[in-house]
Design a protein around this ligand. Structure first.
Ligand SMILES: Nc1ncnc2c1ncn2[C@@H]1O[C@H](COP(=O)(O)OP(=O)(O)O)[C@@H](O)[C@H]1O
Ligand SMILES: [Mg+2]
Length: 410
């Protein structure tokens, strides 16, 4: 039997997602709707599966988490079913409901530190927390175990359909025990050098460490949520959505997105075209310097606002090259001048990349050199301010940074 879900954007109904008897997904905008994606401009004709599916598929979790969810909890078209069950609070301003939620009489429940610890313990086996009482209808992309909460006055609260989350919580990974410190360090370094990077802190609940990352796609109206202010959503879409490709195509080697495609999106759609081209280039250089081979098209997003779209703040920055090649792929997500290994790159490859992107390579090199001038001392300073500055992970990342910095800038 065919099914449908109402699609909301910033709390306003914008259209309907249909699943037909062949499990194909189609999408139709309402009159006077706002666009979900640069790829899906508002129009009266229905968007067929080929156009609608990539946008909605990219809202769901990936990898092992997707497998667990589809195995245990849903049937039919997996994407539709996951969104039906968990699509109340997605990345950006999208929310999907079968029936519009009732805004009245909702209780805001605090989540204690003990509860956070319990959630952290359960999350690896139960990624969307279906075993806890009233699980959140939350769906975030990515392969890491994570959940999200509403935070106010230093306390966490349960999110719900009408009270979206404000912070992402990422937990430790058994395979890479120092992953949280790695992301903490790289994000703080990015914030120091590139700005426009969300706040991130390493905290703990009953001895369980976790990262608390402020969502840049939310803001609290008048900053007084508990006194009547409300959390507002800001729309975002990742570059797989903007390119109309499914999440499996986030790596160039799998036939997916290339850097040239990302520049094309900025060129075509950004309201800050010139500064976003520079920001995108800085993102590439930053990932090179820290050895982040996982800089793929889902780790880059566009923010939508009333006047247009622009490159979102950067997220999910960490060094993958600190881990041995047998445990994590050292092949770059998107190639530079046809090369797939950071270790094989020379300044000439970056110049060739800029020329290929029709940039003035000399000017771009100068811009980058100025931007990253204080990079190595900044890395040392940030390491000293880490909760455990002598952890080997920081020294390993800084060793990569120094080596790469020398290759690129001499
Ligand atoms: N600070 C943030 N604010 C808003 N959305 C975010 C933020 N960080 C990540 N996201 C969204 O959540 C998704 C998953 O986060 P990410 O850090 O990439 O997790 P993973 O490590 O599992 O890939 C991202 O693809 C992005 O859409
Ligand atoms: Mg990610």
């Amino acid at each position: 039997m065919s099914r449908k879900l109402n699609v909301y954007l910033c709390g306003e109904k914008t259209g309907v997602l249909f699943e037909d008897d062949l499990l194909q997904l189609t999408f139709q905008y309402d009159d006077n709707a706002s666009p979900l994606s640069v790829r899906l401009p508002v129009r009266s004709e229905i968007y067929p599966h080929a156009a609608a599916y990539p946008f909605f598929e990219n809202l769901t979790p990936e990898g092992d988490i997707f497998e667990i969810l589809t195995k245990d909890h849903v049937s039919g078209n997996n994407v539709f079913s996951i969104l039906n069950r968990f699509g109340g609070d997605c990345a950006g301003a999208v929310a999907l409901y079968e029936i519009t939620p009732d805004n009245n009489g909702e209780n805001i429940t605090e989540i204690s530190s003990k509860k956070i610890a319990q959630i952290i313990d359960r999350l690896p086996q139960d990624p969307l927390l279906t075993s806890i009482e009233k699980p959140p209808r939350l769906s975030l992309a990515g392969a890491q175990s994570k959940f999200a909460v509403y935070k106010s006055g230093g306390k966490y609260y349960r999110s719900s359909d009408v009270n979206p989350t404000t912070h992402i919580i990422k937990i430790t990974n058994k395979r890479f025990p120092d992953l949280l410190e790695n992301e903490l360090f790289c994000m703080k370094l990015a914030k120091a050098i590139l700005s426009n990077v969300p706040e991130i802190e390493l905290l703990e609940a009953e001895g369980r460490p976790y990262l608390e990352i402020t969502r840049y796609d939310r803001y609290v109206n008048n900053n007084k949520f508990r006194e009547g202010g409300t959390v507002q959503r800001i729309h975002q879409e990742d570059f797989c959505q903007a390119l109309g490709i499914v999440s499996n195509k986030k790596y160039q080697t799998g036939g997916g997105a290339k850097l040239k495609d990302c520049y094309r999106i900025i060129n075509e759609f950004s309201e800050n075209r010139l500064s976003d081209i520079i920001r995108l280039t800085e993102w590439i250089i930053f990932n090179y310097l820290i050895g982040n081979t996982d800089a793929h098209a889902k780790n880059l997003s566009l923010l939508h606002n009333d006047s247009g779209v622009k490159l979102a703040p950067f997220y999910d920055l960490l060094s993958t090259e600190v881990y041995p090649e047998k445990t994590i792929d050292h092949e770059m997500a998107m190639l530079i001048n046809g090369k797939g290994k950071y270790s094989s790159l020379t300044p000439k490859d970056f110049i060739a990349l800029f020329e290929n992107l029709e940039q003035n390579a000399t000017n771009m090199m100068k811009t980058i050199k100025d931007r990253f001038a204080g990079f190595v001392p900044a890395a040392e300073k940030i390491r000293k301010n880490m909760p455990t500055p002598d952890m080997p992970i920081y020294k390993k990342i800084i060793a990569i940074i120094k080596k790469r910095f020398y290759v690129l800038f001499g």
